[in-house]
Write a protein of this length. Structure first.
Length: 241
């Protein structure tokens, strides 16, 4: 798939996981497209002890038979203890193996769990029809359409929906260093819109990410983020490293 080369949402997922585990008591990461080792090798050593990994990459073929729990809802629920955030590195495979409403129902139950603060996931938009993407988007209060600019630069069209129903839209430029660390986020300008085909070498800048409930979509992949907040919207920021 081109999304891995053009604009992989996995970069942002890695950075989100790294910053999230420091702020909550428990983080659960369900891995479908990459094994847990992929994440543990990138994350700080102290992060692996505070993140519970569920290896869907290895177990999904067996789980897909006989209507089994493809999203590992029972295992996730049992792992929840205190304020918890749940991350899915991709929902595309589970969606292909079961009906979309069933996936949405599981996500809704996880989101509404009293101890769950956030649910974050990636789906590949080019694999699913628009109806599927819209159903998943309806669960999120924010949407970010991600599209490639340079090898390590992405454009995010962000839509934040407040609990009051008010909608805010912004467009930002996100860049990564050679080790895939998010550095800064800057307002998007058309002068930064360089075709990917013209790239001769990576250009690195940086990015700051802040959000309440976030649903990340990219040109060929979708990054879904759901957060439950009481009172004022929560804010999470990626600080320069």
């Amino acid at each position: 798939m081109q999304d891995a080369a053009d604009c992989p949402g996995r970069y942002l997922l890695l950075n989100w996981a790294r910053n999230l585990y420091k702020r909550v008591g428990k983080t659960i990461l369900v891995c479908y497209e990459r094994p847990p080792q992929y994440f543990t090798e990138w994350l700080p050593k102290d992060a692996t002890g505070r993140i519970t990994f569920i290896d869907g990459n290895l177990r999904i073929p067996a789980s897909s038979e006989g209507g089994c729990d493809i999203l590992f809802e029972k295992e996730i629920t049992e792992a929840i203890s205190g304020p918890t955030c749940i991350l899915f590195d991709s929902l595309t495979l589970p969606i292909l193996l079961r009906q979309v409403p069933q996936t949405c129902a599981v996500l809704h139950r996880l989101i509404t769990n009293e101890n769950v603060l956030q649910v974050l996931a990636v789906i590949h938009k080019d694999i699913h029809d628009q109806h599927t993407c819209d159903l998943l988007s309806s669960l999120a209060t924010s949407v970010v359409d991600m599209s490639p600019v340079l090898l390590l630069q992405h454009k995010h069209n962000i839509r934040h929906c407040r609990v009051t129903g008010k909608v805010f839209k912004t467009v930002e430029s996100v860049t990564y260093d050679s080790e895939l660390n998010v550095k800064t986020i800057t307002p998007w300008t058309s002068t930064t819109d360089v075709p990917v085909s013209s790239i001769t070498s990576p250009q690195v800048s940086g990015s700051i990410m802040e959000a309440r409930d976030l649903h990340f979509k990219k040109s060929r992949a979708t990054f879904l983020f759901f957060e439950k907040a009481a009172g004022k919207p929560s804010r999470y920021t990626f600080f320069p490293t």
